[in-house]
Every structure is written in structure tokens, then in C-alpha cells.
Design a binder for this molecule. Structure first.
Ligand SMILES: [Ca+2]
Length: 496
């Protein structure tokens, strides 16, 4: 029972609700369209009244367009509406309209497409298939172009930076060049000022020095020329010769000759008389001067023949009317030998150094052999203060080294006639190395005819062969002091 009554109630309720629903729908339609024109029968049948309202041409005219008023030009105006930024976190849901290849759109909201829309969609879908790859390709090209543009942009930036650097470098270089130019200009000004101010004065000084030197050279040339002119003719003694003469100076003393001056002597009547200087004052006088050195005015590095005949200036006038002053000379080996052969002869050797100190060596016996015996020397009976060099050799040496400096008994040697005792080598010549003619052994303790050194002291560097070739008497001043004065005088031995 209950079931039948319940089913009937439900059925009644269902029918009641349907009736209510139909009544509300009609009411809603009427309220909305109450002012609309009544529907024309016939024309409106089957037409959706909600689309447009067709005109009944029999009852109403064709509506015309009402002219629209112009838009307001003044008054308040809104600005452009600001775009709303999408809310953060609220993703915009993109509506996707999938191509389903038909007329129905995927979205239910849009409803069913009309056939024309479907065709349009189909055409669009078809075109989309071809346009899509083109768009993709275009997109790819755009991306490539973007990358290329980025690369070009970067390259352009690099070029800009390089350009900036180069421009800075150019400016720096220009600054440096400018500085250099300034320095060069300053130096130029400095040099020019110096040239303008100093050089003329320096040139004047140099010019004056050159002129002075030139004048000195001119004077020197004149002196040399006059000296050469004097050398063309042998030196002549213009002073008066005393009337008194003799075999030698001792003979002249004994004949009344009292002054020391130039005399004529004739030891042997067979030979012609010759000039000689007689020392009539030293140790009672009567000395015949056979050798004299005092100023280096005569060279003693001469030949055998020159020493044989004699050379130099016997005497000259010291202001008086006779030749009172001896010159530098070597009387000659032949004459010396002849004088010593007359009878027993002594020799007085006087020495003076550059300090004025004087010493002497006297040999009570002195003889020189003839040329056939190579003018061999013989001395004995030494006494004096100079040291017995001729007989005992150099006091600085000992033994055989000293023995080979003894001159007694030696032959006479010149650079062109080697008679010395240095015989181990034919090329070794004392006369060459010691610069004079003398009774060389191997080689000397005394070298009175050596090279004259002004001021005395000399060194091996100043010599020709590195040897002590000066006017030397070793026992007095050693080897490296060339004496200022040396003289050798002979006199017959007689009972004082
Ligand atoms: Ca020799």
C-alpha cells in the first residue's frame, strides 16, 4: 500500500513541477519583449526572432540611417587606460583550440560552428600547416639573426674599445712627441748659445796657440838652418894661438906657458904640429887634455877612423882674446898613443856629477899601444877618490862579473870595430850597446865616451839598447847617473 501511494504522490509531484516550469518560461519571454512589435505571421515563421527584425514592406517604410552627431570635442577626457599587470602567481590560462579537423570547436563555450565557419577553419587549418614551418623557419632565422646581431654588436663594441685605446695611444704619443720636441728645442738653444758665445773665444785661444807654436817652429827651423850652414865647413878657431909651443903641455910649461888655453904641440918632428888644450893650473899644470865632456855638444858615437884621428872642438874663447875654454873633443888614438910613447906618462881623470860633486882618478902609469895593437890600454899606480874602475872593475860587482868590467889591458873598440871581450857571440858589441869608443871588456865599469844625458839620471827605457850607455863611472855614481863633466889629461911622469 505504502509503495503504491508513494509512487502516485511522486508522479503527481513530477507532473506539478513540469507545469510550473512551463508557466515561468512563457512569463519571462513576455516581460522582455513586451515593447517589441508584434510578430508578423508568415514572414516570422521559422525565423529566430533573437537575430534581426525583418521589415514588413507593406505596412512600414524602409528605415533610413539617422545622421549621427559629431563626437564631443571638448570637456573632460580620460587618459589611456593603464594596462593591468597580470597578478603575480596567477598564470594566464591559454585557451587552446585544437584542430580537430571538423566543425566542432573543442571548447564547449563556443558552441557549434556554422558550416561556413567550419570551412573557414578547415582552410585556416590547412594554411596553418604550411605557415607553421615557415613561421618556424622564420623564427629560426630571426634567432640566428639575433645571434649574429649579438656577435656583430660584440664585435662592434670591441672595435669601439680598440678605437678608444688607439685614440688614447695616439694622444699619448702626440704628448711624448711634443715633450721630445720641447727638449730638442731646448738643447738646440743651449748648443746654439754655446756655439755663439763660447766657440769664438775658444777658437781665438786655439788660434793664438797655433800661431805661437807656428812662430816657435819657425824659429826652430831658422836655428836648424843656421846650424846646418855652420856644419858645412869645419869648425875654425878664430882666437889667437900663443907663440909658445912644445912637444906637449909640460914642455910648454917649462918654456913659460902659464895660462890654460889652446896651444900648438909637436911631439914628433916628423908629424905636423896640432892644437891641443893645456891645463896649466890643475896640480901644477902641464896637462895635455886628451878627452873632455862637459855639455853634450859633441857626439861620441863615432867610427874607428874618427877615434883614430880625433874629433870635436879643442877650445874656444870664453870672452878673452884667446881660447881659454876647452871644448868637447877626443884627441885621437894615434896622437894619444904617440904622446904616451915619449916616455912614462900619467893620466888624471876628473869627474863631476850633476850635483856638483867632484872626484878624480890618477894613474901614475898610462900608455896606449899603436893601431897595430888595437890601441891597447895599460894603466897602473892608481890613486884618487873616484874608485879604481879601470884596474879593478865595478865596485858593485863581485868575482867574474867584476873582472869582466876591468878596462886595463883591453883593446880599443868602436861600433864598427869590435875588439871587446864579449866574444861568445859575434853580434854582441859593447861599443854599439854602450854608445861610444872605449877600451871595452864585457863591457864596462867606466864609460867616459858614452851618450850624454842632460840632467844626469836616466833609465833603461831612455836608452837605445836598454843598457847603461851614459857617461858612467860606476864606482862613483853607479850605472844610471850620466856624469855632467869628465876629462882625461896626460902628463909625462917626472920627479915632483
Ligand atoms: Ca864583441
Amino acid at each position: 500500500m505504502f509503495c503504491k501511494s508513494s509512487i502516485v504522490k511522486l508522479l503527481l509531484l513530477f507532473l506539478l513541477s513540469i507545469a510550473i516550469d512551463n508557466t515561468r518560461c512563457d512569463s519571462d519571454y513576455d516581460e522582455e519583449d513586451s515593447t517589441a512589435a508584434p510578430v508578423t505571421e508568415g514572414e516570422g515563421e521559422g525565423v529566430d526572432a533573437r537575430g534581426h527584425r525583418p521589415v514588413n514592406r507593406q505596412r512600414e517604410p524602409i528605415p533610413t540611417l539617422r545622421p549621427a552627431p559629431p563626437p564631443p570635442s571638448g570637456g573632460f577626457r580620460y587618459r589611456a587606460r593603464p594596462t593591468k599587470a597580470p597578478a603575480r602567481g596567477q598564470a594566464v590560462k591559454q585557451i587552446v583550440y585544437p584542430d580537430i579537423g571538423g566543425c566542432r570547436h573543442a571548447s564547449e563555450e563556443l558552441g557549434v560552428l556554422c558550416p561556413t565557419g567550419c570551412e573557414l577553419q578547415t582552410a585556416l587549418v590547412k594554411q596553418e600547416k604550411t605557415v607553421k614551418p615557415a613561421i618556424a623557419d622564420l623564427d629560426k632565422k630571426i634567432r640566428d639573426l639575433e645571434r649574429s646581431s649579438a656577435t656583430f654588436y660584440e664585435f662592434a663594441n670591441q672595435l669601439d674599445q680598440r678605437l678608444i685605446k688607439r685614440q688614447k695611444q695616439i694622444r699619448d704619443n702626440e704628448n711624448v712627441i711634443s715633450e721630445f720636441n720641447k727638449e730638442i728645442e731646448q738643447h738646440y738653444v743651449f748648443i746654439k748659445d754655446n756655439l755663439d758665445s763660447n766657440m769664438p773665444s775658444n777658437l781665438k785661444i786655439l788660434r793664438s796657440i797655433v800661431d805661437t807654436l807656428h812662430q816657435k817652429l819657425q824659429k826652430l827651423e831658422n836655428v836648424v838652418t843656421s846650424q846646418l850652414d855652420g856644419c858645412h865647413a869645419p869648425c875654425t878657431v878664430s882666437c889667437n894661438i900663443p907663440v909658445v909651443s912644445g912637444k906637449e903641455c909640460e914642455d910648454i910649461v917649462r918654456k913659460g906657458g902659464e895660462t890654460s888655453e889652446l896651444y900648438l904641440i909637436q911631439p914628433d918632428p916628423i908629424f905636423k904640429p896640432y892644437k891641443v888644450y893645456c891645463d896649466m893650473t890643475t896640480e901644477n899644470g902641464g896637462w895635455t887634455l886628451i878627452q873632455n865632456r862637459q855639455d853634450g855638444s859633441v857626439g861620441f858615437g863615432r867610427t874607428w877612423d874618427s877615434y883614430k884621428k880625433g874629433f870635436g872642438n879643442v877650445a874656444f874663447s870664453g870672452g878673452k882674446n884667446y881660447c881659454d875654454t876647452p871644448g868637447e873633443y877626443w884627441l885621437g888614438n894615434d896622437r894619444i898613443s904617440q904622446l904616451t910613447k915619449i916616455g912614462p906618462t900619467e893620466v888624471l881623470i876628473e869627474l863631476e856629477d850633476w850635483n856638483g860633486d867632484k872626484v878624480k882618478a890618477n894613474y901614475g902609469r898610462f900608455s896606449v899601444q899603436g893601431e897595430a895593437n888595437k890601441y891597447q890600454l895599460s894603466v897602473s899606480n892608481y890613486k884618487g877618490t873616484a874608485g879604481n874602475a879601470l884596474m879593478e872593475g865595478a865596485s858593485q860587482l863581485q868575482g867574474v862579473n867584476r873582472t869582466m868590467t876591468v878596462h886595463n889591458g883591453m883593446f880599443f873598440s868602436t861600433f864598427d870595430r869590435d875588439n871587446d871581450r864579449w866574444t861568445t857571440d859575434a853580434k854582441k858589441q859593447c861599443a854599439k850597446e854602450d854608445a861610444g869608443g872605449w877600451w871595452y871588456n864585457r863591457c864596462h865599469s867606466a864609460n867616459p865616451n858614452g851618450r850624454y844625458y842632460w840632467s844626469g839620471v836616466y833609465t833603461p827605457d831612455m836608452t837605445k839598447h836598454g843598457t847603461d850607455d851614459g857617461v858612467v863611472w860606476m864606482n862613483f855614481k853607479g850605472s844610471w847617473h850620466s856624469l855632467k863633466k869628465v876629462s882625461m889629461k896626460i902628463r909625462p911622469v917626472f920627479q915632483q
